[in-house]
Design a protein around this ligand. Structure first.
Ligand SMILES: [Zn+2]
Length: 422
């Protein structure tokens, strides 16, 4: 099968150019959703997309939609996309790589005079990170119907600034309806944000799904009393019970491979050196790619809580606050990614997305899958997040060839650039 090449230097230069907007001293990026910097990043992106021949629309939640016409524009587009916003101390690649890889696909299609049956469409989804306005993945979440538009527009940040007002202020409150979006197929290219590809020395992760999540708030109530006058056998120490629960969460995750279990937040009252802790609030985050296993982890957690209550006399209130079912990606999209990877001669492995991504919400209403590329030491959400030009080139090449094939290649000029036979 013939494959098409991308322009690796152009992709890398665009990544480095975009990284200047909100650049941090440690080499990372701070470009929070709906700030002036987000506006600058969006403006640059829109200018590039128009230059590459796209028509650009903005929807009611600020998602940017860049379209390259196909032979038949009544057909639903083949889409790609990710996000331009970053964590407060984020890197240059998380999200940004996905939208710039999409742009490079369109630029390369122009180079090769590629004509496709279906139109090609890039989405820059609004506020994927969820750090200024919670929750995460707002833009794709509204389009998928997981969140209501008004509910999202009314969200406020810690300073009380309203999402809808900020969207208006930066000039990205568009009028394209958030409802009725369709894709023939959707792909998202993203750095892995984990260590598996690097450890296995693979260039491409063929992402087969996203793992499920169950989140809990837990309150443990013991009895505050004096650290010197309360004998050990008369104590109800909330922190001792909490410690047992934290270890149980770890044990539950380890006995349900490849599940994950995390206690990431804890507040101790009264948090005083010589008082036995009386009340503790903490979080539990359980994840697993298989729903039955996630349910088993949930049951194990409940059993552990009952056991610790009986053991310690500390009262424990376990409140489930979020359930996110595991997401199986579309078989045809997965195959398209795998075939493009094989034809291009890259090493690969199947992988599950550990984090949430826009493609997970898109898969609610359209066939979708993802392409992962390695990142140094598996680190992201960090200013030191790093990847190489070659790794980006591989991910973007797979994206170009998977999208071209699914969109139906009508014609291409093999003499422009190199359309190489594999
Ligand atoms: Zn991301």
């Amino acid at each position: 099968m013939n494959t098409f090449s991308i322009n690796s230097d152009r992709l890398w230069d665009s990544l480095m150019e975009m990284a200047k907007i909100g650049a941090t001293e440690k080499g990372g990026c701070r470009r929070l959703a709906l700030t002036d910097l987000d506006k600058q990043g969006r403006d640059l992106y829109v200018a590039w997309a128009k230059e590459a021949g796209c028509t650009v629309k903005v929807d009611q939640v600020g998602n940017i939609i860049c379209t390259r016409p196909g032979e038949n524009n009544d057909l639903p587009p083949v889409g790609t996309g990710s996000h331009l916003d970053t964590q407060p101390s984020g890197g240059k690649f998380d999200g940004v790589f996905g939208v710039l890889a999409g742009l490079e696909v369109i630029r390369s299609m122009k180079d090769h005079s590629i004509k496709t049956k279906h139109p090609i469409e890039i989405s820059v989804w609004t506020n994927e990170e969820g750090s200024r306005f919670a929750p995460a993945m707002m833009g794709s979440g509204v389009v998928s119907g997981r969140f209501g538009l008004q509910e999202i527009l009314d969200k406020v940040d810690v300073e009380g600034l309203r999402f809808g007002d900020e969207l208006e202020r930066i000039g990205y409150a568009g009028d394209t309806p958030v409802t009725g979006r369709k894709f023939h197929a959707f792909f998202e290219t993203h750095i892995e944000q984990g260590p598996y590809l690097e450890a296995e020395e693979k260039q491409i992760g063929v992402v087969t799904g996203g793992q499920g999540q169950r989140w809990f708030d837990v309150v443990l109530t013991g009895r505050e009393s004096h650290a010197g006058t309360t004998p050990m056998h008369l104590r109800k120490d909330a922190l001792v019970a909490t410690s047992q629960l934290v270890l149980k969460v770890e044990e539950i995750a380890k006995s349900h491979k490849p599940g994950c279990g995390t206690v990431g937040y804890m507040q101790v009252l009264p948090n005083s050196r010589n008082t036995i802790p009386g009340e503790i609030s903490m979080s539990v985050d359980l994840r697993h790619p298989v729903d039955e296993e996630l349910t088993a982890m949930d049951e194990a957690l409940k059993a552990a809580v009952a056991e610790i209550i009986a053991d310690t006399g500390v009262d424990i209130a376990l409140k489930p606050i979020w359930y996110y079912a595991p997401i199986p990606f579309d078989d045809n999209c997965i195959e398209a990614v795998r075939n493009a990877t094989i034809d291009l001669g890259y090493s690969y492995m199947d992988i599950i997305a550990g984090a949430g991504h826009d493609a997970c919400y898109v898969s609610d209403f359209a066939p979708a899958s993802m392409i992962f590329t390695p990142c140094l030491n598996g680190i992201s959400h960090n200013e030191i997040e790093s990847t190489t030009q070659e790794e980006c080139e591989a991910g973007c090449s797979v994206l170009l060839n998977a999208m071209t094939r699914i969109a139906g290649l009508v014609s291409a000029d093999a003499s422009v650039g190199e359309a190489v036979g594999a």
